[in-house]
Design a protein around this ligand. Structure first.
Ligand code: NAD
Length: 278
């Protein structure tokens, strides 16, 4: 299975597995076991963050897996309180200590926090760490186009990835145009709408048509839309179910039906424009 998984090229010459495993709200004490299940099931990419308090469990699972480091893709995110340059450098060191890795595949600024207005400083820290070879690709999360334009204007460095809330009930069509123009990959967080998308009758009927589950249909939709997708589950059978998406395709009719579920007001999480947590 692992060999068949699609990868997407990034604007820095690297590539990322299109499907990964997200670990937000995975309890720290259970993370090593649950990520171990995901790696056994064939996931090649794990998405964590300092703010999830489970980087150590991710690191333990990678170390215990016996898998070659080069075959795996590990993402983490800069915590919100660490945007000032020196704080960002220290936070990155903590992340690497917990992950027990020499280099990170992708590091994202978790939220722009525009009221704090320090995200350009944080970006300069990521640019420096990439130059030093400690991070392979750098990106952002929850950034609006004007935040990204400011990063580009002040540093000349374009993020490789922007990880944002995106699911059938909130498809971010406007944002996608900007990202295509700048060759920035979009990565869908809460790709199953935190489970809400799975009870949509349209998704259920497409699932029955293909002999697949609603979760598989929604994950397949992200893949066909050219998005990076990182569903989360703590249940071994669902972890395996969610990677069973490489043996079928959605047709034009399925895609049109799912497109009709889009609601520009369908956001479940915080609006990055106003989110101001530390
Ligand atoms: P998700 O959309 O992946 O939904 C997860 C939930 O869906 C599970 O808790 C479970 O209730 C249900 N589910 C999963 N698989 C299922 C299946 N096969 N059948 C039935 N139900 C199933 O939600 P998420 O965890 O919010 O998002 C995924 C990942 O995105 C996170 O773990 C994290 O890595 C990332 N994320 C990032 C940010 C950010 O600010 N960058 C914010 C939220 C999430």
């Amino acid at each position: 299975m692992a060999l068949d998984q699609p990868r997407l090229s990034l604007n820095d010459g690297r590539s990322i597995p299109q499907l990964g495993f997200g670990v937000w709200q995975v309890p720290p004490a259970a993370t090593a076991e649950i990520v171990g299940e995901a790696l056994k099931a064939g996931y090649l990419s794990i998405d964590t963050a300092e703010g999830y308090q489970n980087e150590r469990g991710v690191g333990d699972a990678v170390a215990r897996s016996g898998l070659a480091r080069e075959g795996l893709f590990i993402t983490s995110k800069l915590r919100n309180s660490a945007h000032p340059y020196d704080d960002a450098m220290r936070a990155f060191d903590r992340t690497m200590q917990d992950l027990q890795l020499d280099a990170l595949d992708l590091f994202l600024i978790h939220w722009p926090l525009p009221r704090q207005d320090k995200y350009v400083e944080a970006w300069k820290a990521l640019v420096q760490l990439q130059k030093e070879g400690r991070i392979r690709s750098i990106g952002v999360s929850n950034f609006y186009p004007d935040h990204i334009e400011r990063l580009i204007g002040e540093t000349g460095v374009v993020p490789a990835v922007n990880q944002v809330e995106l699911h059938p009930g909130f498809q971010q069509r406007g944002l996608r145009v900007f990202h295509q123009q700048h060759d920035i990959r979009l990565e869908s967080w809460s790709p199953l709408g935190q489970g809400q998308a799975l009870s949509e009758p349209v998704i259920g009927s497409i699932a029955r048509k293909h002999g697949k589950t609603p979760a598989q249909v929604v994950i397949r939709w992200h893949l066909e839309e050219g998005l990076i997708v990182i569903p989360k589950s703590v249940t071994a059978s669902r972890i395996r179910e969610n990677i069973g998406v490489f043996d079928f395709r959605l047709d034009a009719d399925d895609m049109a039906k799912i497109r009709s579920l889009d609601d520009p007001k369908g956001r479940i999480g915080w609006d990055p424009r106003t989110a101001d947590f530390r």
